[in-house]
Design a protein around this ligand. Structure first.
Ligand code: S3P
Length: 442
């Protein structure tokens, strides 16, 4: 067993050392796509059946928000099937209470765009981590479109109170490449008069664009710029959500850093705006092969065959990191077990994720015996090559991706890693520790 479950909910969990990862695995559905499926299905006409839906806490927050606005959503736990009875573009009704987005930045930012255009009043809030995260990036452009939003700290922090308005399309250059920001403006844009054009400094993940087209909307894409038109009707459809490459990433790195691994991860989404982890790991010498490439619900999908690899340190800049933005914690673990130094820069955004991921990873790695230097916009990691790390006790700061990354680091440790707040894995990967137990050698 990987874990000695002391108290998975209240306290800590001991992730043990292990040998190679072997066999086959499927990972839960893509988090970003699952959110968008429920949101667009709710404002489409007719029924949408979603399969492969991620039943993580973040996505359940999205279901809760849409139910609070009168949408009937059928969901049987552990089935991965969600049936949304869409009520059309004008079908949402005023929520009777504050919407709770939990830990989910995607729920908050996308739904704030949607709420800005509804003919009612609403309030949205979330947990302590989410209440610290910046909202001005969506509040400012939505206000330019005519939205009326107020919130703590001059509209930068939750709770946000939104008095829905008639919106007008704008052309907006985003200061950061953020799919949450782009998608928030697109969801407002399909309700706004005229066209809404969003130009990003780099192209962020494009799941909203792909799915809006699937529901019949007119979306034009030109390099880093997206244009949506006022839309009268979205049409319900069937959506098959692929496995989340951000969840697969933990097992990809886990297999590479342990001896005699051969792991096949089936049905993973390989949208090019998300596959930065594969590019980074290949550059480090990692062995990952894409097999059986296909397209499902407008998204590219493949099976990934991963083998034990001798990794070398590398340099990654902001541009290289964007398609792997959520993989920073697990890239750090690949760097730990690489030969030489890895330097990651240009990644300031990581300071405003579910935790300050630069500071939290630097702290966790130093606790398990790894030498790191924290930079304002990144980190330098001294790899241990083929050696093991000591291990020790770390804090996840409630951040799911920190907990899962450190569980993989434990595989190559002398004493294991005791992870405080390990239950946070449920945010994006319920059953993570069971899956790890299934494919690991002891
Ligand atoms: C997401 C976009 C990214 C990512 C987050 C999910 C999305 O955030 O980090 O986990 O579903 O749109 P930003 O858009 O803030 O970069």
């Amino acid at each position: 067993m990987t874990v000695a479950k002391k108290d998975i909910f209240g306290g800590s969990l001991l992730a043990r050392p292990g040998k190679g990862l072997k066999g086959e695995l499927t990972v839960p559905g893509d988090k970003s796509i699952s959110h968008r499926a429920v949101m667009l299905a709710s404002i489409a006409s007719g029924v949408t059946e979603v399969t492969g839906f991620l039943e993580g806490e973040d996505n359940l927050s999205t279901i809760g928000a849409l139910r609070a606005m009168g949408i009937v959503i059928e969901h049987k736990k552990d089935s991965g099937i969600v049936v949304v009875n869409g009520k059309g573009m004008r079908g949402l009704t005023e929520p009777a209470d504050v919407i709770d987005a939990g830990n989910s930045g995607t729920t908050t930012r996308l739904i704030t765009g949607l709420l800005s255009a509804q003919p009612f009043f609403s309030v949205i809030t979330g947990d302590a981590s989410l209440r610290k995260r910046p909202m001005k990036r969506v509040v400012e452009p939505l206000t330019l479109m005519g939205a009326s939003i107020s919130g703590r700290n001059n509209g930068n922090n939750l709770p946000l109170a939104i008095a829905g308005q008639r919106l007008k399309g704008i052309t907006y250059k985003t200061p950061v490449a953020s799919a949450q920001l782009k998608s928030s403006l697109m969801l407002a844009g399909i309700y706004a008069d005229g066209a809404t054009i969003i130009e990003e400094p780099e192209k962020s993940r494009d799941h909203t664009e792909r799915m809006l087209r699937l529901f019949g909307a007119d979306v034009k894409i030109d390099k880093n710029s997206v244009r949506v038109q006022s839309t009268n009707d979205l049409i319900g459809c069937k959506i098959n959500v692929p496995g989340d490459i951000s969840s697969a990433a933990f097992f990809i790195v886990g297999a590479m850093i342990t001896p005699a691994s051969a792991l096949l991860i089936r049905g993973v989404g390989v949208n090019p705006t998300r596959t930065g982890i594969i590019d980074v790991l290949r550059k480090m010498g990692g062995s990952v092969e894409l097999q059986n490439e296909r397209v499902a619900s407008g998204e590219p999908v493949a099976d990934l065959l991963v083998k034990t690899s001798s990794l070398k340190g590398t340099e990654i800049t902001g541009t290289g990191l964007l398609p792997a933005i959520d993989e920073f914690p697990i890239i750090c673990i690949a760097a730990v077990f690489a030969e030489g130094t890895t330097k990651i820069t240009g990644a300031k955004e990581l300071r405003v994720k579910e935790s300050d991921r630069i500071a939290v990873m630097a702290e966790a790695l130093s606790r398990v015996g790894v030498r790191t230097t924290e930079l304002p916009d990144g980190i330098v990691i001294e790899g241990v090559g083929s050696a093991a790390i000591k291990g020790g006790a770390i804090e996840s700061h409630g951040d799911h991706r920190i907990a899962m990354s450190m569980a993989m680091a434990a595989l190559r440790s002398d004493n294991g890693v005791e992870i405080d707040g390990a239950a946070s894995v449920d945010v994006s990967f319920p059953g993570f520790f069971d899956q790890l137990d299934r494919v690991r050698g002891s």
